[in-house]
Design a protein around this ligand. Structure first.
Ligand code: DQA
Length: 148
């Protein structure tokens, strides 16, 4: 089973960016944690990051041919991007939306997600663990679907 992790804008700055909100761990740390969790689950993960909405759409479209599902932290595009919602719906692969911070404990504009409505589920507020929890939940979901 192969999963793509998609990181949106400003997540390349993890470790430097608002450490009080996002912690000190870098995107490399997140990707290493995802790779370790995937190995434990008997799955594989490929990781992508872009600061550009259209590039994220391209990543989703291109990765879909190789992967069974997505773990997506679209950053601020979560709250604005119909294009990314449509890309994820269009490729018809299950995905989990994740956030490092608890978006519901923050500004109102972060409470709306264009992606959540089509997601298998949302994990928000567990720091780096949001990614590994999301990955685990997605792999379990895909396995249950396969054996059904
Ligand atoms: C974020 C939350 C978003 O509101 C914000 O724009 C981000 C990061 C998170 O992981 O907590 O860039 O997705």
């Amino acid at each position: 089973m192969r999963i793509a992790a998609v990181h949106g804008p400003n997540l390349n700055l993890l470790g430097l960016r608002e450490p009080g909100v996002y912690g000190r761990q870098t995107l490399d740390d997140v990707n290493a944690a995802l790779a370790a969790a995937a190995a434990e689950l008997g799955a594989e993960v490929e990781c992508h990051q872009s600061n550009h909405e259209g590039a994220l759409v391209d990543i989703v479209q291109q990765a879909a041919a190789r992967v069974d599902g997505f773990v997506v932290n679209a950053g601020a595009y979560t709250h604005t991007s119909i294009a990314l919602r449509d890309a994820l719906a269009g490729v018809a692969r299950p995905y989990v939306e994740v956030h490092i911070s608890n978006v519901f404990a923050r500004e109102r504009f972060r409470h709306r997600s264009f992606l959540a409505g089509n997601a298998v589920g949302v994990v928000s507020g567990f720091g780096l663990h949001s990614y590994t929890l999301g990955l685990r939940a997605l792999v379990e979901h895909l396995r249950e679907k396969r054996s059904a």
